[in-house]
Ligand binder design. Structure first.
Ligand SMILES: *Cc1c(COP(=O)(O)O)cnc(C)c1O
Length: 436
C-alpha cells in the first residue's frame, strides 16, 4: 500500500474507531498503530510491507496460524450454503457435527454443548447455568447463588463475568456496580494457602456458593500466572465433597495452549461446566461453547419453567460451527498437539535463559506459553513491558505485554524457524531494555 493511502486510513481510524483497553487521547496523538492488511501462518503483513511475527496469536485465538487454508475453505463453503439461522426450533448440520466432535474431545462426562459468541458469553452462560441449577434443585437451596473465584482471575468483560475478575486496571471504574464475589488465594501465589482458604470457604459457606470458577493452570490476562495441576485435583475433590459446582474457564488454556488439549487434562479431572472460545474457531470468527455434565443438564429437564432462559442471537451460527468442526479435524490430521512438544521445549529454554538476567523474575513456561516479570513493579499499567514491545516491534515481532509481564503465546503450529526468530527477538529485546 502506498504511504499516503496508509496515512489516510490511519487518520480515519483515529477519527472514528474507539479501540479497546486504550487511552484514546494518547492513541490519537501517538505513534501509528499497525495497519494489518493480511496474515499467514504466524506472520502479520503491515500495509508498509513489513512482516511481523504474531507473538500472541492475535489475542490468543489463531492457534492454527492465520488464514489456515482449510479454515478459509470451510468458511467460504459454508457461507455459500447458509450463513445464519437461529437455533430456535431450528437446527443445522454444522451445529450438530460440531457439538458432537466438541463433546468427543471434552473431558469425560461433558456431553451437552451450549453455544455462544465469545469467551465472556461462554462464562456468562456458565454462571447463569450454575445459579439456575441450584435454583431448581428439588430440595431447594435458595441461597446458593454466590461464586468463588481466584485472585488474579480474568473471566471476561460482561457484567457477570467481570464480577469474578481480579485485574485492577480492568475493574476499578466498575467496582461499585459489580455483583460481589468471594476471592480466594490463587495457587499461583501460594498453593498451600490457596487450598486452605478454599477448604475453609467450602466448609463454612457451601450453602451460599453455587460454584468455584478457575482458569486452569494459567491465569492469562492476570499476568500469565501458572500453577500446579495438584490444585485442580484438590479443587475437584473439595467441590464434590461440599457439593459446589466446578466451572473451568478454558477460554485461553484450551485447545492445546498448555501442551494437552485441555489444561484440565494435566490433572485428569472433569469439571461440571467447561467454557471454551478463542482457539475454538481458530481465530477465524467469534464462536464459543459451554459444555456441561449430565447432572447439570438434567436439572433443567421438566416443565417449561425449568428451561435455560438464555441465548444469543448468533448462538450456534453455522459459519462458526463449520469452522469449529474443521478446526478439530485439523488438530487430528496435522497432529497439532504432538507438534507442540518440540516447540514447547524451545520456549522453555528461552525463558530459562532470560531467568539468568538480573531484574527478570518468575520465569515460567507451560506448553506453548512462556512468560517473565520485569523489574519490581507489578502494575498492569507499568511502562517497562511497553519498552520491550517497542523494541521487539522494531525487530519484527508483536509482543504486546501484560503490564510488566512479557510473554509469548504463538500459534501452536508456528514454523520452527519463525519460533526461533520470535524467541531470539524476545530475548534481545528484554536484554536491551534492562540494560537501559
Ligand atoms: C479472553 C478470556 C475471556 C473472555 O473472552 P472474550 O472472547 O474476550 O470475551 C474469558 N476467560 C478467559 C480465561 C480469557 O482468557
Amino acid at each position: 500500500m502506498d504511504p499516503t493511502q496508509r496515512a489516510q486510513l490511519i487518520a480515519r481510524d483515529k477519527n472514528n474507531v474507539w479501540h479497546p483497553y486504550t487511552q484514546m487521547s494518547l492513541y490519537q496523538k501517538g505513534a501509528d498503530p499497525l495497519l494489518i492488511v493480511s496474515a499467514n501462518g504466524a506472520r502479520l503483513r503491515e500495509a508498509d510491507g513489513r512482516s511481523i511475527l504474531d507473538g500472541n496469536s492475535s489475542w490468543w485465538t489463531s492457534l492454527l496460524g492465520h488464514n489456515h487454508p482449510r479454515l478459509v475453505e470451510a468458511l467460504t463453503h459454508q457461507a455459500r450454503q447458509l450463513c445464519h439461522t437461529s437455533l430456535g426450533g431450528v437446527t443445522h448440520q454444522p451445529a450438530i457435527e460440531f457439538a458432537e466432535s466438541f463433546a468427543a474431545v471434552c473431558p469425560p462426562g461433558l456431553g451437552h454443548i451450549f453455544f455462544s459468541d465469545n469467551g465472556s458469553t461462554a462464562v456468562e452462560a456458565a454462571l447463569k447455568m450454575a445459579i439456575q441449577f441450584w435454583h431448581q434443585q428439588p430440595q431447594q437451596k435458595p441461597h446458593k447463588h454466590e461464586f468463588l473465584a481466584l485472585r488474579s482471575a480474568f473471566h471476561g468483560e460482561t457484567m457477570g463475568a467481570t464480577a469474578l475478575c481480579d485485574v485492577g486496571a480492568f475493574q476499578a471504574p466498575f467496582a461499585a456496580a459489580r455483583r460481589p464475589a468471594t476471592r480466594v488465594t490463587s495457587p499461583a501465589d501460594d498453593l498451600g494457602r490457596a487450598l486452605d482458604e478454599l477448604e475453609k470457604q467450602l466448609r463454612t459457606r457451601a450453602d451460599h456458593i453455587a460454584a468455584l470458577i478457575v482458569e486452569p493452570l494459567i491465569q492469562g490476562a492476570g499476568g500469565m500466572k501458572m500453577y500446579e495441576p495438584s490444585y485442580l485435583l484438590e479443587a475437584r475433590r473439595l467441590t464434590e465433597k461440599y457439593d459446589v459446582l466446578l466451572i473451568v474457564d478454558e477460554v485461553f488454556t484450551g485447545y492445546g495452549r498448555t501442551g494437552r488439549f485441555w489444561a484440565c487434562d494435566h490433572a485428569g479431572i472433569s469439571p461440571d461446566i467447561l467454557c471454551a472460545a478463542k482457539g475454538l474457531s481458530g481465530g477465524v470468527l467469534p464462536f464459543a461453547a459451554t459444555a456441561t455434565s449430565d447432572r447439570v443438564f438434567e436439572s433443567f429437564l421438566g416443565d417449561r419453567s425449568r428451561a435455560f432462559m438464555y441465548g444469543h442471537t448468533f448462538c450456534g451460527n453455522p459459519l462458526g460451527a463449520a469452522v469449529g468442526r474443521e478446526v478439530l479435524k485439523i488438530y487430528e490430521d496435522e497432529h497439532i498437539l504432538e507438534g507442540t512438544q518440540e516447540r514447547s521445549r524451545l520456549i522453555a529454554a528461552s525463558v530459562e535463559r532470560l531467568a539468568q538476567l538480573p531484574n527478570v523474575h518468575n520465569a515460567r513456561s507451560l506448553g506453548m506459553c512462556g512468560a517473565v516479570d520485569l523489574g519490581s513493579d507489578g502494575d498492569y499499567l507499568s511502562e517497562i513491558g511497553w519498552r520491550v514491545y517497542e523494541r521487539a516491534l522494531a525487530s519484527g515481532a508483536y509482543l504486546r505485554p501484560l503490564g510488566n509481564v512479557v510473554y509469548v503465546a504463538p500459534p501452536l503450529n508456528i514454523p520452527l524457524p519463525d519460533l526461533e526468530e520470535l524467541l531470539c527477538i524476545l530475548e534481545a529485546s528484554v536484554h536491551e531494555v534492562l540494560a537501559g
